[in-house]
Design a protein. Structure first.
Length: 206
């Protein structure tokens, strides 16, 4: 890698559903993931996307600025954001895609811990948070954008029946974001709380 090149990465972590880490490194991406795992997170990070870019700090800074309102802590590189949104920006300037083909897993215990978290993050449904049929949900970034619950998994939005995630993508598209994927429960609210927050409350009470 040339001196003025660096890797910009988008990482996710099963222990932090709904959040991503965007950063840069001069190291191989798997080594960077290993270094981050040593900082105290309960399970290893997964690399959603990584690419070699020129003047990578500018790319990183632009991503951080573009999604500043979704940043959790101004002193940390974590955002409440779909990973594909950040990846789309990187693709515009990438020189080489270096996303690893395998996850970074150190031990069997890591694998078991991830499986437990994946099971907990199973597909969202409205029954688990006691949202009845015909309830109205509001889009997180625009309270006037509304969809209606029609069964345990689907909503009506723009006069069409669709999944919660599809409705989130359609609402995002209305605001100029042409994303490929979105975790629907992050983007819709009920009684002022996101569906992710409601689910976490239910799980904490169990």
């Amino acid at each position: 890698m040339k001196p003025n090149h660096c890797v910009v990465y988008v990482l996710t972590n099963e222990a932090m559903p709904g959040f991503i880490k965007v950063g840069t490194t001069k190291k191989p991406i798997l080594q960077r993931m290993k270094d981050l795992y040593s900082t105290g997170v309960p399970v290893p990070f997964e690399c959603h996307y990584a690419a070699v870019v020129e003047e990578s700090k500018n790319v990183e800074r632009r991503i951080h600025r573009a999604f500043e309102k979704l940043r959790i802590n101004k002193n940390r590189e974590f955002f409440e954001l779909d990973p594909e949104a950040a990846a789309d920006i990187i693709r515009l300037v990438e020189l080489e895609d270096v996303t690893p083909q395998e996850d970074f897993i150190e031990t069997l215990d890591d694998t078991e811990a991830i499986k437990k978290l994946e099971k907990r993050a199973a597909r969202f449904n409205f029954r688990m948070v006691n949202i009845p049929k015909e309830s109205l949900l509001h889009f997180k970034f625009d309270d006037e954008i509304i969809c209606q619950v029609i069964d345990n998994h689907r909503v009506r939005f723009l006069d069409e029946e669709m999944s919660l995630s599809a409705a989130a993508l359609a609402a995002l598209k209305q605001r100029g974001f042409n994303w490929k994927s979105a975790q629907g429960a992050q983007y819709w609210t009920y009684n002022g709380q996101t569906l992710v927050e409601l689910r976490q409350q239910v799980e904490n009470e169990e």
